[in-house]
Write a protein that binds this ligand. Sequence first.
Ligand code: ADP
Ligand code: MG
Length: 678
Amino acid sequence: MELAAIKSFSKPLIKNLAKLGIVSQQDLLLHLPLRYIDETRIVSIRDLRLGDSAQIQGEIVHAEVTYKPRKALVARIADASGQLTLRFLHFYPSQINALKVGKKLRVYGEVRNGFFGYEMVHPQCKAASDATAVNEALTPIYPTTAGLTQPAIRKAIQTILQPEMFLETLPAFAYEALNLPSFEDSIQALHYPEPTADLSALENRTTPTWQRLAYDELLAQQLSMRKHYAKRRSVDAPAMAPSTSLIKQLLDQLPFQLTQAQQKVTQEISLDLTQSHPMQRLLQGDVGSGKTIVACMAALQAIECGWQVALMAPTEILAEQHYKKFVTWLSPLGIEIAWLTGSQTKKVREAAQADIASGQAQLAVGTHALFQDAVQFEKLGLAIIDEQHRFGVQQRLALRKKGQPEPHQLMMSATPIPRTLSMSYYADLDVSVIDELPPGRTPVVTKLVSDERRNEILQRVRDACQTGNQAYWVCPLIEESEVLQLQTATEIFENLQENFSDLTVGLVHGRMKSAEKQAVMEAFVAGKTQLLVATTVIEVGVDVPNASLMVIEHAERMGLSQLHQLRGRVGRGAAKSTCILMYQKQLSDMARARLKVIYENTDGFAIAQADLNLRGPGEFLGTRQSGVPMLKIADLSRDEGLLQQAKLIADQLLIEYPGAVDQHLKRWMQHGVELVKV
Ligand code: ADP
Ligand code: MG
């Protein structure tokens, strides 16, 4: 129900609540306290302990404005047991009045050590006599916004705490298995906790009452995502029989054997493709784990059944690399491949589009150009999206719409998703993981070096290049401005070129024309360039086995997964490889913690988990965020047990209790939050 339906709610109140994202009575009900204070007891001053937050009552016996060490209003308050200092560093004239000698006050604050024994800094004070009642419940402190006071938001919430709001959405077994209380008991206790409640458990949200709400929230997320998953499955897609000839031909000419992990995920994908509803699978595998060949085998199953395949990559460099690889692998099998990118001339692009439209091209490889309106497939059966997190939801959707019936979809990502995330925010997808690297890779040695030692690093680069190896020099990320980014890259390039007059130095950056970029990359791949200065455009996918050294400037500015991806560009050949992370001194704690993670770990999953712990899921979800409601109460690391249970129960509820599912989703997802469209 809308808030406007409540007579006692004023327009300004409703407006302020809306600023907090609260538009309905259920929203307000689920607006839960950040913490609690205990105003149910009055503590004797003598019994105060350092660090406690407590309420005392007494009479002001001294008050003055002091100027040393800085301006402050300082008062002494006394009860029968002792005295305490109250200190205000910012204050209004009205407060000087309220703290005059002889005033009787009730004071709430945190006990700290001061010059004259214990004190409270900026405590809450109100006039009170011995007869003033104490509160009956702990006082909740709510997240709020300017113009909305704690008493006002408390009153608003008390107004709607009515029995009809507490309807139990779940059958009892769904929460009793975990020994959790009913919804009504939980919500009452959180908005109006008993004086005996455990304050620290309340604040850590580990009480059964908090756990019940976290569980409800996780369950709502599971239910909505599983519903979405089921809906996608009810759509028709082309069933494709497993390949009997093309894949065998491909494997026969490959110079390597598939790893166990590659074989396992290939099986999973192949089985999906045989189904008559669209595959929605995410293929995860660390940098260099060999996702491309897996994608290629999926493509062959579709092609052998007479369907077309689209392969889309986020950057031109990467798309082109895929194109070349697929040409090498598939041309010998007589397969026609079209190449499509935004930088082609109109004539070339139109020719490619004609091949795709007529069905002559069995595979189309390209960038964002692939999902433009002008591109029509004759018979699209499978869409493969590399580095899926780089694309928006709409872009992936547009590609999917190009097939009739709906094509299968395979998404690939080298940014591993920690298990709890894939169980929660990705519950609408099937996930395959390549958890093994091909044999024979030597791990990359990572070094952290302060930029004061630039000269040593330069020498290192020279040594590497003179012994026949190649190196990358990655320019700092300048998020604020592309122009500045380009300028910095150019300066670094000129500087290095001067420094290494005996070496060939190349430069590649995001603002280059595609033909230029291509020429630079080709020279590097062919070994004509020894040192490649690059912006983070080389982050994804580029494969040059002879490159064995990478220097990353201002590594502290980059995200963990970005650093991991960059580092994955070296160590692709037999040579022992090194990645030097240069940082500027005076690191923040966060930057230090992140560099430590990347220094200590080479496993992408471990890095992703650490990133999740450091930054929370928000950053992690990237473009996915737009479609998925974020968890507000549950915490994936604290509540992993609840998540597992929610996952189990969700499937049972969907089958046996559809009515409960609807009610539950209505409470928790009542804005009709747009569900993920992957
Ligand atoms: P990514 O998963 O990062 O996309 P790629 O598919 O680009 O990795 O593979 C990285 C390199 O490893 C490529 O040169 C590829 O040909 C090679 N490769 C893939 N699978 C194997 C394997 N089973 N054995 C040896 N090399 C492999
Ligand atoms: Mg790749």
